[in-house]
Design a protein around this ligand. Sequence first.
Ligand SMILES: [Zn+2]
Ligand SMILES: [Zn+2]
Length: 314
Amino acid sequence: MQEHEIDVVPGRCRICGDSAPVLRLTEFNLKVCEPCFLRFLERRVRRTIEKHGMIGEGDRVVLALSGGKDSAALLFALRRLGVVMGFELSALHFHLNMGDYSDRNLVVVEDQAKAAGVPLEVKRISDLGLQVRRVKGWHPCAVCGAIKRSLMNREAKRLGATVVATAHTLEDVLLFTFKNLFSRKFYVPQPVLPASGELSRKVKPLIYNHERMNLSYCRLKGVPVFEERCPEWTPRGHSFKDVLEHMEEVMPSSKLRLLLSLQEAIPAGGDLHEGEHTACESCGEPTSQSLCALCQLSNWFARRTDHDDSYNGV
Ligand SMILES: [Zn+2]
Ligand SMILES: [Zn+2]
């Protein structure tokens, strides 16, 4: 699916009053000039951070930087806000061992971090004997998600982060919630997961941002964005996003209103960290089972006799 971009049309900015090319933010029934749009997005992120007490003065924030438009936009917004709000920011990227695709991804991520002037840490999953691929009973996306989640927890601890920021968007959170609701699980991802035991606080400062706003923010700031589709991408996993786009077209602002309604209707449960309360028997990291996902996967890859180091998905 093509990424939607925000229309730019001649007009008058509703914020500063200048006659200039304006972006049509149908979600907010607003037309704003380009400089005002950049400030609008940053102010919106700041309000989300303050409203939910996501980040405070003196925090050490680690951002999961994938190279895509959402985490790139968050990188630049947090870089600016860090100066004003008094927190430190660094970026962490996982090289996912998917052949040339991951190498090209890393080049863009390095460019982004350099342009933002934010220190970047790169973790290669090949160093841990891991791969993103189908594993018995696991879809590659589930393997990827489990690896990233586990590594994020332990790297955040290693880097002394008080906060882990991820670029989950309004659309991400709605899709996740729908998938839960379809199987009668009443759970809406929360803007903040408080620190618990060895787990750092986790925050989603873009939870009320439409993805196309993030893309436009990157375009206007000239931020390079990694736009290649993941080799494991399947239309099925993403086609539901089109439903959300259609809904938004029929009724502007419906995505945001839907999330706010769902948050009100389904209060946060007590088990915010999804059961990560016992220690993995092998590595001691928090998990909900006897072995954490990372150790289960490491064991699986180590046991494979037909082990082939090359990635076949590209
Ligand atoms: Zn303006
Ligand atoms: Zn483990």
